[in-house]
Design a protein around this ligand. Structure first.
Ligand code: ZN
Length: 629
């Protein structure tokens, strides 16, 4: 009886939290609850909401983080899909039988890692989650405290607010001994944060080593002031983002803390919180680096600066956005070197790569379109294609907005409207430069499309990118732009659509059995998949406990044949063009390419489902594997 009551309560709590955030309407909640009640198999409300398209994993997580204070930790974890109901039940039994804490039991069962658990415990207790590193600590708060004392009581002071309150990181906020020791030291003038045990121990160890080294060498300059500490903290944030291969650093003020997140492999990864009162100092420091106005707090600002780590210099773009909780900072790390890879590294299956080389790259004329949303790796495919053709007897010329990577031997031009170097004027001039290959950064309107087609008609090879969901969508967009269908069918030789999927981290792989639901959603036969040995990342330090490291592209390579050209000429509907392409050109959909990459151990069904467009039909597994050899 009691268990049912708890479940009911958590159900309405998550629904209410989403409604409070304006992410769900009461009608939607009611509908979802009704559907949930009628399901044959019991499913979590969160899952039902996602399935109905009313919520995303992220929105549920955000809502729970903000309004989850009244929820039990186990229910919070289940609602987010971090653990299953079975695992929770098992942990509750262990708690009842041996008195182990539910959280510890879940870790022991391998259901969750310590960090994810602590992050949730912290948001439940409404305290920051801080993963300390010695370089981040404000040195003066350690003055006069021995590492041995910290080690014995397992806590570490982190920083001091202007009114003298010290933020102290503990592993277990309910441990009496630790709290007594903290109380003895700071006499009630402290705030608690929660952090992982190994990070706290490592910080204390680094502090101990730092003290001994300083004792041995009096000349060594030590960080002792608050100001120096902030400089060091900001430097640490940037260099750890670079270490993590992050593309963006997000420093977000919230009502009671600062949240630090990195975008890694296209996904935001929660790194740590920081005490709220550090915000003005961190922001001033970053503004100084980017030469922004440090006295301005009311307007949005932008800036740019260079940051050196060892021999390498990083280019950082800064955006400061004024929010209700203060200035929020995003820094984009631009990395000029990482864009160009060889054809082999693009991630095409060997057979697709061969067709791509023979029928697309080696074709002397025609239009090649690379399509996909922003951040799907189009530029990498484009530049690798150019690099392949970049020989002494080929003239390649580009009109880009702006040039993203520089390649030796290619004539690259950035569009610059402000000074009159517009796209139109560039397009007029480009053909007169006597090129063999022309690159138009993006087909954005009818004029660009016509330029590309005209250039192809006069014997050039043209590459461009497009924003459409898949290859057939690219063809239809051209038709929608009122381009004559005979021009499309006589110039376009290939359309390539792509997405980036996260790669399984090779350091923490573990066997994995997908659920029946997952298998059915990708369109495969359950029996076929159950025979396979699939893997998944469990999460480790290297992959930031995500289970993923780096990305791999999935492709849909359409090479137009006579049948497809005729279908375009006749303006057949999308599904007909798709069917003809699938049946006559050997077109493999991005979803199918993704499935093959799951079977070969590169990625997971979860990634395939969230990143690739739904196709109407998936071929049987055996056939997919054959076609992607
Ligand atoms: Zn890993």
């Amino acid at each position: 009886m009691a268990k049912i009551a708890v479940e009911k309560q958590s159900r309405s709590l998550i629904g209410e939290a989403l409604i409070k955030e304006g992410l769900l309407t009461p009608e939607q909640l009611e509908r979802a609850l009704r559907i949930q009640k009628h399901l044959e198999q019991q499913r979590q409300l969160g899952e039902v909401l996602i399935e109905l398209g009313y919520a995303t994993k992220q929105s549920i997580r955000d809502a729970i983080n903000k309004h989850g204070a009244g929820m039990r930790i186990g229910d919070m974890l289940v609602e987010q899909g971090l653990i299953t109901q079975d695992q929770l039940t098992q942990a509750l039994h262990m708690h009842k039988d041996n008195g182990v804490k539910v959280g510890a039991a879940l870790i022991e069962l391998g259901a969750i890692n310590e960090r994810t658990l602590l992050q949730n415990l912290a948001s439940q207790a409404r305290v920051p989650y801080i993963e300390p590193v010695f370089a981040m600590i404000e040195a003066p708060v350690l003055a006069g405290i021995s590492p041995e004392y910290l080690d014995k009581n397992l806590f570490v002071p982190f920083s001091k607010s202007e009114d003298g309150r010290v933020t102290v990181i503990v592993n277990d906020p309910k441990d009496e001994d630790t709290l007594h020791a903290v109380q003895d030291l700071f006499k009630g003038r402290f705030d608690i944060a929660v952090g992982p045990k190994d990070a706290i121990r490592q910080t204390i160890e680094d502090y101990r080593r730092f003290r001994t080294e300083r004792a041995g060498d009096g000349r060594k300059p030590a960080v002792t002031t608050q100001e120096d500490s902030i400089i060091q903290l900001v430097e640490h944030i940037i260099s750890s983002a670079v270490d993590d291969r992050a593309s963006d650093i997000h420093i977000e003020p919230m009502s009671d803390k600062i949240r630090l997140r990195f975008r890694i492999d296209g996904v935001l990864v929660y790194k740590t919180d920081l005490p709220r009162d550090l915000l003005p100092r961190i922001n001033s420091r970053i503004k100084v680096m980017a030469e922004c106005n440090i006295t301005e707090h009311q307007r949005h600002q932008g800036g740019r600066f260079f940051f050196k780590i060892g021999q390498r210099e990083y280019d950082l773009r800064l955006s400061i956005y004024v929010t209700v909780h203060g200035e929020s900072i995003v820094m984009r790390i631009l990395n000029k070197q990482s864009g160009i890879v060889g054809l082999e590294a693009l991630g095409m299956s060997p057979s697709m790569r061969e067709r791509f080389r023979a029928d697309v790259l080696d074709a002397p004329t025609g239009v090649v379109l690379i399509t996909g949303p922003t951040g799907s790796g189009k530029t990498t495919t484009l530049y690798s294609s150019l690099e392949y053709s970049n020989t002494i007897d080929t003239k390649i010329i580009t009109a880009e907005d702006p040039v993203e990577y520089m390649i030796d031997g290619i004539i690259q031009c950035s569009i610059f409207d402000k000074i009159g170097r517009s796209f139109e004027s560039t397009l007029r001039e480009i053909v007169r430069q006597d090129p063999d290959i022309i690159v138009l950064g993006e087909i954005r309107d009818k004029v660009t499309a016509e330029t590309a087609i005209q250039a192809a008609l006069t014997g050039h090879k043209v590459y461009s990118t497009f924003h459409t969901e898949d290859t057939i969508g690219g063809l239809l967009r051209l038709i929608d732009m009122q381009i004559e269908t005979f021009l499309i069918s006589s110039t376009v030789i290939s359309v390539i659509a792509q997405r980036l999927l996260r790669r399984i981290c090779s350091l923490c792989t573990a066997p994995y059995t997908p659920t029946q639901q997952e298998i059915e959603r990708v369109g495969l036969n359950v029996e076929d998949v159950r025979e396979l040995e699939l893997k998944k990342g469990r999460g480790c330090k290297t992959c930031n406990y995500t289970g993923y490291f780096g990305r791999i592209a999935v492709y849909e390579l359409l090479i137009l044949n006579e049948d497809v050209k005729e279908a375009i000429l006749a303006k057949r509907p999308a599904h007909v063009i798709r069917r003809i392409s699938t049946e006559t050109t050997g077109l493999v959909s991005m979803r199918e390419d993704g499935i093959a990459k799951v079977v070969r151990g590169f990625t997971t069904f979860e990634e395939v489902l969230s990143q690739t467009p739904r196709t109407f039909e998936t071929r049987p597994l055996r056939q997919i594997l054959q076609m992607t050899q």
